[in-house]
Design a protein around this ligand. Structure first.
Ligand code: PMP
Length: 433
């Protein structure tokens, strides 16, 4: 593989953009690469970089590209929308159609508000929960990532973990004090906390954590937090920015049959363009301005091009839901069952966590990885070796064990077989470490 062009662009980038990237995980720092690959174009399951190397892509823009890159239907819709103008500062009919479509997929949502990112969606949902309950504190789980607003940057996952810390600098002690955190899955500790503290406005959680690598959810835990929130007049927020439209059309809430009060969405809802959303029962949503006094706004919220991309993506998912989700799961089962064989062959033990079209490979002797502490203990050096061999051989995987591999509808059997061949090589290299 040649990397000269990416390396050269990165040198220029570092002079004008902090760390040369606009989102930290893109820097590939955790895998000790001295530069990231700069993407040039993508189609289906493939991505090409500025050196014209071709890669099979398991990042999929961190989630939005469930149909693969540059999907024909989505692009046709986008082209049509662009012809009519880029942004109006006035409402459009397509926003209503997207809202209706989302509500059809999520029975827990009666009204929905569009944002420009997942971060804005979770930030607004937390504000709404505080207004509704008249309580101050929030509970989140260690290693879950809910975007980069102040109150949610405590014990967060994703890029922070990759860079070796969990709390961002620059947040007031007052804010930090109001964000309570507990290990994921520990219902006993959640109950204990609620016994001591009746000032908790909401529990915000990724129903299937995907930002400390994938953590396989225990359905009992979801049911437990649901019951507790109801009993204690606290709002349950499912952050389905990753899991929404991915684990099932109706997200983790459909898969596990547990109904949150508020849902946050992002990524797939914009089909690769900037969109987020939060929604729930009328009783809550009608507190949002201009109906109520909980403020939420955005110059580009509901941007017509993004909304059209999301509408086409979700329509395609809806029309194919009976086969598409099953096929995605089968693809992950095919890849992961073969990784297990490769792991045995080279005597490199792994624990693979998976859910639907998401999976993470943890290099560890342990049979189960259930909490952030478990994840932290898994082998980072081996993961870095895995990433580097894969990249050098034409497969781009997440650069950190704290992220998920994303499989799309565009990944073919041929892609998966090529990937497995290269994985075999990567595991052989790891066995020599
Ligand atoms: N919530 C979750 C579960 C996420 O994974 C992310 C982003 N990875 C966000 C919120 C924030 O979304 P965005 O990056 O669009 O602000």
């Amino acid at each position: 593989m040649r990397y000269e062009n990416s390396a050269e662009i990165f040198e220029k980038a570092k002079k004008v953009i902090p760390g040369g990237v606009n989102s930290p995980v893109r820097a590939f720092g955790s895998v000790n690469k001295s530069y990231p690959i700069f993407a040039k174009k993508a189609k289906g399951s493939k991505i090409w970089c500025e050196d014209d190397n071709e890669y099979i892509d398991y990042i999929c823009s961190w989630g939005p590209m469930i149909l693969g890159h540059n999907n024909e239907r989505v692009m046709a819709g986008v082209r049509e929308a662009i012809e009519d103008g880029s942004s109006f500062g006035l409402p459009t009919k397509m926003e209503v159609e997207l809202a209706e479509l989302v509500i059809k997929c999520y029975p827990s949502i009666e009204k929905i508000r569009l944002t420009t990112s997942g971060t804005e969606a979770t930030m607004a949902a937390v504000r709404l929960a505080r207004a509704y309950t008249k309580k101050n504190k929030i509970l989140k789980f260690e290693g879950c990532y809910h975007g980069h607003s102040d109150s949610l940057m405590v014990k967060a996952g994703s890029g922070l973990l990759t860079d070796g810390y969990q709390d961002s600098n620059g947040i007031t002690q007052g804010t930090i004090k109001d964000t309570l955190t507990l290990p994921f899955g520990r219902m006993d500790l959640v109950k204990e906390l609620f016994e001591k503290d009746d000032d908790i406005a909401c529990i915000i959680m990724e129903p299937v954590p995907a930002n400390m690598g994938i953590i396989e959810t225990d359905a009992e835990f979801l049911k437990g937090v649901r019951e507790l929130c109801t009993a204690k007049n606290s709002v349950l927020i499912f952050d389905e920015v990753i899991s929404g439209f991915r684990l099932a059309l109706g997200g983790a809430q459909e898969l596990f049959g547990v109904t949150p009060d508020l849902t946050t969405l992002g990524k797939i809802i914009g089909g690769g363009y900037p969109v987020g959303a939060f929604g729930g029962k009328n009783e809550l949503m009608d507190m949002i301005a201009p109906v109520g006094d909980v403020y939420h706004a955005g110059t580009l919220s509901g941007n017509p091009v993004s909304v059209r991309a999301g509408y086409e993506t979700i329509s395609e998912l809806l029309e194919n839901k009976d086969t598409l989700y099953k096929e995605l799961k089968e693809k992950v089962n095919y890849i992961t069952s073969n990784i297990e064989k490769i792991s045995e062959k080279h005597n490199v033990p792994v624990c693979i966590n998976k859910q639907g079209s998401l999976f993470t490979i943890f290099f560890t002797d342990k049979d189960e990885i259930k909490t952030l502490d478990d994840v932290i203990e898994t082998d980072t050096e081996k993961y870095a070796k895995y990433f580097n061999v894969m990249l050098d051989s034409g497969v781009v995987t997440p650069p950190s064990k704290y992220e998920a591999h994303f499989v799309s509808a565009a990944h073919t059997k041929d892609d998966m077989d090529k990937t497995l061949e290269i994985m075999d090589k990567a595991f052989e290299e790891i066995s020599k470490m």
